[in-house]
Write a protein that binds this ligand. Structure first.
Ligand SMILES: Nc1ncnc2c1ncn2[C@@H]1O[C@H](COP(=O)(O)OP(=O)(O)OP(=O)(O)O)[C@@H](O)[C@H]1O
Length: 260
């Protein structure tokens, strides 16, 4: 069964001193699935994500990636198989867009022409204009463009799995919406498995197949939005109430039949 799972956490715990940042978490992410991790600040979301690519090592429990025990995979090789997108984009400020995107294929020893071709392919994939963006520095990009470059860079080594830590959190709502939709399309088109952290339950509901709710290092609940709505946990229900309230307020305030 585990071979069909892209990532599996089995009773995983990670402590920092006396704090269990991730506390006995078991979670399976199926190949091709889009899972959102939702929870308050300090609930263990980033720690859980980084355990999968061994940026953080677990104290106990087992993590498998595509059926292999992550402990048995060289961490550098593992990180090539798993793309990682940071909230801030995590781009090298002194490198051009093309050099940021091409850095992994270049380090892997791909010929210069192949790297250039891959960069163009990736720019097209994330819908950035090649001629106007290729040579710019990250500081000359908008926040949304920077995140598109971050996604392109994470995809450069052709990973099958993408980990995303609040990738669209710092963007204005319209850009955030557009990037979320575009990424969801990419996820499907490339057959990726995606685990994305978000603070925003609406974003989780709209983008993900399944939602995992973290609190105090524990996995409180997991399931589709519909499944979560029948949870008996007050915190899970409260998280779901926010998007509901927003929809109700928007419906009351916005006249029907406006621009689509
Ligand atoms: N390297 C570390 N050393 C000590 N404590 C840490 C370390 N990394 C995380 N923690 C603690 O572990 C807990 C979980 O942190 P984590 O970053 O996983 O939470 P999070 O849910 O991602 O939070 P946020 O939404 O604010 O990014 C927090 O209390 C944090 O302070």
């Amino acid at each position: 069964m585990s071979s069909k799972l892209a990532i599996s956490y089995h009773h995983v715990t990670k402590r920092f001193g006396s704090l269990a940042a991730v506390d006995d978490v078991s979670l399976g992410v199926a190949a091709g699935e889009f899972v959102a991790i939702v929870g308050g600040s300090g609930s263990g979301k980033t720690t859980l994500l980084r355990l999968a690519n061994r940026l953080i090592e677990a104290d106990s429990g087992t993590i498998t990636v595509e059926g292999e025990d992550a402990r048995n995979v060289d961490p550098v090789a593992l990180r090539r198989r798993i793309g990682y997108v940071f909230q801030s984009g995590g781009l090298f400020p002194h490198l051009s867009v093309a050099d940021n995107i091409g850095i992994t294929p270049k380090l892997l020893g791909e010929p210069v022409a192949a790297v250039a071709g891959r960069v163009d392919e990736l720019l097209e994939l994330v819908q950035l204009d090649r001629t106007s963006h290729r040579e710019r520095l990250p500081e000359d990009l908008s926040g949304g463009e920077r995140q598109r470059v971050g996604v392109a860079r994470a995809l450069a080594a052709r990973p099958r799995i993408m980990l995303m830590d609040e990738p669209f959190g710092a963007l204005d709502p319209l850009t955030r919406d557009a990037l979320g939709d575009d990424y969801r399309t990419l996820h499907r088109k490339l057959g990726l498995t995606t685990v994305m952290i978000t603070h925003d339950m609406s974003e989780a509901i709209l983008l993900a197949d399944r939602i995992a709710v973290m609190r105090g290092g524990r996995l409180l609940a997991q399931g589709t939005a519909a499944e979560l709505s029948s949870s008996r946990d007050d915190y899970v229900l409260e998280l779901l109430r926010t998007p509901r309230r927003q929809v109700e307020r928007l419906n009351a305030l916005l006249p029907m039949g406006g621009a689509a």
